[in-house]
Design a protein around this ligand. Structure first.
Ligand SMILES: [Fe+2]
Ligand SMILES: [Fe+2]
Length: 147
C-alpha cells in the first residue's frame, strides 16, 4: 500500500494509538492483562522515540534550526525512558503508569503544537519522504522487538 500520510500525521497516529493503550491499561481488571499492555506501551513508545530521534528530529532541526524544541523533546524522551525502565520492572504499578501517561501527554502536546506546525511550514522538508523512512524503520524495529 502506498504511503499517503505525511510524517506529522504518521507520528500523531502513534500518539493516538498509545493514548488508547493507556486507557486500556486503566480499564484492565487483572494483573496479567496489565502486564501485556505495559509491555505493548513500553515497546510502542521506545520505537516511536527512536524513530523520532533517528529520522524526524534531525531533519526537523536541519530545516528549521529550532534547537530549543529539540532540546526539550530529547529531555522529555529521556524522562520517559527512565519511567519505562521502572515499569518494565513493575508493570502492574498503576501509579507509575499514570506518571508516564502524564509526561507523554505533555510531550505529545509540545510536538503537536510547537514542532509539527513549524515542520509543515519549513522550506525543504519533505514530509512525505520522511514518512516513508519513519514507517520502514518502525517496521524494522518492531520486528526486532517482537518476542
Ligand atoms: Fe517524541
Ligand atoms: Fe512523538
Amino acid at each position: 500500500m502506498a504511503q499517503q500520510d505525511d510524517a506529522t500525521v504518521l507520528l500523531d497516529e502513534d500518539h493516538n494509538e498509545v493514548s488508547r493503550m493507556f486507557e486500556q491499561y486503566k480499564a484492565a481488571k487483572d494483573a496479567s492483562k496489565q502486564k501485556v499492555l505495559a509491555r505493548q506501551i513500553c515497546q510502542e513508545l521506545l520505537v516511536h522515540m527512536q524513530i523520532e530521534e533517528e529520522i524526524f528530529y534531525p531533519a526537523y532541526v536541519k530545516a528549521t534550526g529550532d534547537q530549543e524544541n529539540l532540546k526539550d523533546g530529547l529531555e522529555e524522551h529521556k524522562e520517559s525512558r527512565e519511567l519505562i525502565g521502572r515499569l518494565e520492572q513493575s508493570p502492574t504499578d498503576a501509579k507509575l503508569m499514570l506518571e508516564l501517561e502524564d509526561g507523554i501527554l505533555h510531550h505529545v502536546n509540545d510536538e503537536r503544537e510547537k514542532m509539527f506546525p513549524k515542520a509543515r511550514k519549513a522550506q525543504g522538508l519533505d514530509l512525505m519522504a520522511l514518512a516513508e523512512q519513519l514507517q520502514a524503520r518502525k517496521e524494522e524495529l518492531m520486528a526486532g522487538h517482537a518476542a
